[in-house]
Design a binder for this molecule. Structure first.
Ligand SMILES: [Mg+2]
Length: 279
């Protein structure tokens, strides 16, 4: 039987490439920055334009499908995941990087049916790296198969995370003490590249051994989850439980021992859920 979602994936890759070209063009011009939820939560006209391009192009071809797009949710659209075929879109993952022209900027699109991730596409557009994965068919970067490092010893690993300003002092302290708890295992190093989707792809291709993040969103990780899983990686909740796309919590790693060690090493702080109305 032919693969019913392959055509969607092909369309996704084409539209993601077009979106990436738009972002590269925008990087050559002045970038005007607006604030969203806080002084460090940034958005630009390009985020909004790219999301509009992606959604209109997909909706024209697949009018019955659903969408969860970062910028649409920011302006009041629902982020409840249903069984309907759903495109989960981050038009620019790494907006702060984009604003500063720090070169990890990506377009991330994941696709779910019956709440299962069927495929993911991440285009790291400054590097011109197109990461793709279809469920059960492996993960690729620019058409070449990729796999995780396979490292099982956390003391020989590079761990990715993201740090940023938090209004809540206790949450901020927990975030910083988690960094300390990981660094003092010890590990080879911690890196914060600034794009969650790229971070997941770096684990998928073996350039890093793990990535954890509390407060991430479904549009940051839907595509990456497909890519890292198909590359042989492990994915779970930061509590050590099963991965939940809407939970805003993620550990992904090259192996189960590393993922479980990180889960034991870090403490949680509340960050709400993506499918809560008032998260
Ligand atoms: Mg974004």
């Amino acid at each position: 039987m032919s693969d019913p979602w392959q055509e969607c994936m092909d369309h996704c890759i084409a539209v993601t490439r077009k979106a990436g070209e738009m972002i590269r063009e925008a990087l050559k011009k002045d970038i005007s920055v607006m604030q969203k939820s806080s002084p460090v939560d940034l958005v630009t006209e390009t985020d909004q334009k790219v999301e509009a391009l992606i959604i209109s192009s997909i909706r024209e071809k697949y009018p019955g499908h659903s969408f969860i797009g970062e910028e649409s949710v920011a302006t009041g659209s629902s982020s409840i995941l249903t069984e309907n075929p759903t495109w989960i879109i981050d038009p620019i993952d790494g907006t702060t990087n984009f604003v500063h022209r720090f070169p990890f900027v990506s377009v991330s699109i994941g696709f779910t049916v019956n709440k299962e991730i069927e495929f993911g596409v991440v285009y790291s557009c400054v590097e011109d790296k197109m990461y793709t994965a279809r469920r059960g068919k492996g993960a690729f970067c620019n058409g070449e198969p990729i796999k995780v490092s396979g490292q099982e010893d956390i003391t020989k690993s590079v761990v990715l995370t993201e740090i940023g300003f938090k209004e809540n002092r206790d949450h901020f302290k927990t975030m910083m003490s988690n960094i300390q708890n990981i660094l003092t295992i010890p590990v080879h190093g911690i890196r914060c590249p600034g794009s969650a989707a790229v971070n997941m792809c770096l684990v998928a291709c073996g350039s890093a051994d793990a990535y954890y993040h509390i407060g991430i969103h479904c549009w940051d990780m839907a595509a990456g989850a497909a890519i890292v899983t198909e590359a042989g990686g492990v994915i779970m909740d930061t509590t050590g439980g099963p991965f939940d796309l809407m939970s805003r919590r993620l550990i992904t790693a090259s192996s189960r021992p590393i993922a479980e060690r990180i889960a034991r090493q870090i403490q949680q702080f509340p960050c709400g859920r993506d499918d809560e109305e008032s998260s």
